[in-house]
Ligand binder design. Structure first.
Ligand code: ZN
Length: 148
């Protein structure tokens, strides 16, 4: 850690405190200029790699998920904020799993469950594309299920 005043890299920790979110704040003093400053350290949550059906892996892509949601929600009473929130929820759930890799099916299931709670028409559209509800009977079953 370099001193922000003089760039010296020898500093001494004079106080350490933990915050409710699991972060650590350290009060430091520069051994060269004696200025004091604080540093804050917290874990950076990263999303697991997504294992696709063909076995290849890719980074979780927020934008790709949002794009799928936007297409499904076209002309539906769903705001850009709702879509943002949904993407954030899916991402937070993935990160919360604490796994290095998850199958893409998990992402789709989370996305579909979230969309189901938001807008039924958007949910059906999304499910048709991403679940491969490509025959009329399974689409009707799904709609019947929603109408129950
Ligand atoms: Zn300094």
């Amino acid at each position: 850690m370099h001193c922000p005043y003089c760039r010296e890299n020898r500093t001494r920790v004079i106080d350490t405190s933990h915050d409710v979110r699991g972060g650590v704040r350290r009060r430091r003093v520069c051994l060269s200029c004696n200025e004091r400053f604080s540093t804050y350290e917290r874990a950076i949550l990263s999303s697991p790699l997504i294992v696709k059906r063909d076995g290849t892996r890719e980074e979780f892509d927020r934008e790709k998920l949002a794009r799928g949601f936007r297409i499904a929600c076209a002309k539906r009473p769903v705001s850009a904020n709702d879509i943002d929130r949904l993407v954030g929820e899916v991402e937070a759930t993935l990160q919360g799993m604490g796994k290095a890799e998850v199958p893409s099916r998990v992402v789709r299931d989370l996305a579909i469950a979230g969309l189901k709670g938001l807008d039924h028409t958007a949910y059906i559209r999304y499910a048709i594309v991403y679940l491969g509800l490509d025959d009329l009977n399974s689409i009707r079953d799904e709609i019947d299920h929603l109408l129950e």
